[in-house]
Design a protein around this ligand. Sequence first.
Ligand SMILES: Nc1nc2c(ncn2[C@@H]2O[C@H](COP(=O)(O)OP(=O)(O)OP(=O)(O)O)[C@@H](O)[C@H]2O)c(=O)[nH]1
Ligand SMILES: [Mg+2]
Length: 259
Amino acid sequence: MNVRLSTNKAALGGLATTAIGALATAPGKVTHVLRKRYPTVAVTGMTGVGKSRLADRLARRAAASDDTAVGSAVMERRTRRTSRMRGFRFRVVPGDNAATRLGALDEVFHDEPVDGVLHVVAWGHATPRRAAGTTGAATASREALLAAELEDWTITAHRIASLAVRRDQPIWLVIAVTKADLYPDRVDEAVAYYSPGSGTPFGDKVDELRALAGGAKLSIDVLPVCSQGGDKRSPMPTKACTALLDKLATRLEQLSGHV
Ligand SMILES: Nc1nc2c(ncn2[C@@H]2O[C@H](COP(=O)(O)OP(=O)(O)OP(=O)(O)O)[C@@H](O)[C@H]2O)c(=O)[nH]1
Ligand SMILES: [Mg+2]
């Protein structure tokens, strides 16, 4: 009786050891392959700029809801799958009206550092949102929204800089200038506003980030985009927006070494 019991124990012990051994080596490999094929991308930017909408489009997913009044309450996870088992894992950090924002920022820039950052801006066209817990429509001038965008960028830029400095491998940043359909004739001007070396308040902060992180550690792109377009005769019809989205996606793939 005793003997049989101990034999069973030994057999069980052996099994357990093998299983643990497999577990100990597998996660590393799985994580490595997953990281290469599905790099993680933090989607950042102030509330109402269009992060959720853009991530949904990039993940080819129908928008969850048109919650114009409040925005996202938690970090959203979206995956873009492309052919040949490649894609991206997006982590959408909720905007400044969400209580979960700081934890989400810690997660993407510290706890599980991402491979790239898609920082979303809207050239002062963010949808004004009321603070959590209050009611009634929010309003804000374009100047106020641009100032809020700059303040938000200052915080995110610091996080990107410290991640770039801390890490061995380079990191990439794409500044997505979205809602181009709302200023179709001034897209170049908007892109210039966010570009390094432009001498604008935002451009100056991008220059600062580049100096802090080091050119070899951080690549920066500024690309116009829109998640929804106007009708066929409008200056920025849906088709034009889809073309911009495709260009953005292609750039993300290049940056990740997918093409
Ligand atoms: N015209 C236009 N509207 C857009 C575009 N992208 C988003 N929107 C609208 O802008 C509003 C805000 O978009 P969201 O994607 O919810 O914004 P968000 O950045 O996720 O905001 P938070 O979740 O609060 O951080 C929504 O009402 C969208 O329909 C765009 O490209 N063009
Ligand atoms: Mg959102």
